[in-house]
Design a protein around this ligand. Structure first.
Ligand code: COA
Length: 316
């Protein structure tokens, strides 16, 4: 059975930086409240002309350039997003057009909210597996969001949490590569956002769900690959809230240095948060060939997803 290996990453963050101080001019909040409750200090919002798709194209182009692959070598393209501009064309189709990917490959969007990148990688692996004779064994998986377009900027419960961005990862399907994925959902715990309305959330319920789902799905992928947490180089969790990660580190009695965090600079970028984090690790030389990574998503739906992968090349 083929497993996915990470071969290159890319990222894109929109130009407009919004600080906690900026938000305190809009709603009754403070830098102190946001920082202590979430660890978020600033986030990026799309400016005029920027969308989830424009960010996705930039991130994907960067990953492709860094991989040294040609567009026609890509075997499928999956975009994880809940904030694409159109019902159709999908964001992935817009990426296909801009990057000049082949026409005879599957190209689609996946919506599993903040777990979307993990779901997207699993879908991509499945798509490649349906075409075993095709020698294009590379999957382009992108997480991209323009959450600022779905936010109620008068609701202090949510408007301080989210940001925009995109991350892209090129995976290669390699026979025998160490790989595990664990996916699930609790539709019965859904926190409904009204049709076409802004994002709503019961923060405490999501917090309770996250601190249960995160360690559980991490253990599932470790057990599936017969590894311990000590044998993992990085745990890249969805960057919703610093306290969720701290809570899990404590529960797992784990080394906090392994749990990457960047929500202070980007806020919660939903499906983009894990690939943006992977790209930052790669760009700063902290993803080395052979490294073992556990990526863990959790969020709206409610959904969760864990994935254990290894790094193939030098990653950037
Ligand atoms: N600034 C100031 N006060 C705020 C605020 C803000 N931005 N947002 C909420 N408050 C207020 C609430 O109204 C409440 O006031 P009240 O007690 O007078 O009703 C008070 O702060 C405490 O609210 P509470 O919900 O208990 O805060 P909390 O400690 O649970 O933190 C979250 C709120 C949202 C930060 C926290 O629940 C959380 O991180 N949840 C997970 C959310 C998440 O990450 N979702 C995405 C997952 S993918």
């Amino acid at each position: 059975m083929e497993g996915l290996q990470l071969i290159a990453t890319g990222g894109a963050l929109p130009g407009r930086v919004v600080t906690n101080e900026d938000l305190s001019q809009l709603v009754d909040t403070s830098d102190e409240w946001i920082t202590t409750r979430t660890g978020i200090r600033q986030r990026h919002f799309c400016a005029e002309g920027e969308t989830a798709a424009t960010l996705a194209v930039s991130a994907a182009r960067q990953a492709l350039e860094r991989s040294g692959l040609q567009p026609e070598q890509i075997g499928c393209c999956v975009c994880a997003t809940l904030s694409g501009a159109y019902a159709t064309p999908s964001t992935a189709c817009l990426v296909q057009k801009e990057l000049g990917l082949a026409q005879d490959i599957p190209v689609l969007d996946v919506n599993a909210a903040c777990s979307g990148f993990i779901y997207g990688a699993a879908v991509a692996r499945g798509l490649l597996a349906t075409r075993p004779q095709d020698d294009r064994r590379y999957a382009l998986v992108i997480g991209c969001e323009q959450l600022s377009r779905l936010m109620d900027m008068t609701d202090r419960n949510t408007c301080v949490l989210f940001g925009d961005g995109a991350g892209a990862v090129l995976f290669e399907a390699v026979e025998g590569a160490e790989f595990a994925v664990d996916l699930g959902a609790r539709g019965d715990m859904a926190i409904e956002t009204p049709p076409c309305g802004p994002i709503r959330m019961d923060g405490r319920a999501v917090f309770r769900f996250a601190v249960d789902a995160l360690p559980r799905t991490l253990h599932a992928v470790l057990d599936a690959t017969h590894h311990t947490l000590d044998e993992v180089d990085w745990v890249v969790c969805h960057q919703a809230n610093s306290r969720i990660i701290d809570h899990c580190v404590k529960k797992l009695e784990a080394d906090s240095a392994k749990f990457y965090k960047n929500m202070d600079r980007h806020g919660n970028t939903s499906a983009a948060s894990i690939p943006v984090a992977l790209n930052e690790l790669a760009e700063t030389g902290r993803l080395q060939p052979g490294m073992r990574l556990a990526c863990i998503g959790f969020g709206g739906g409610l959904t969760w997803g864990g994935m254990l992968i290894t790094v193939k090349g030098s990653a950037v």
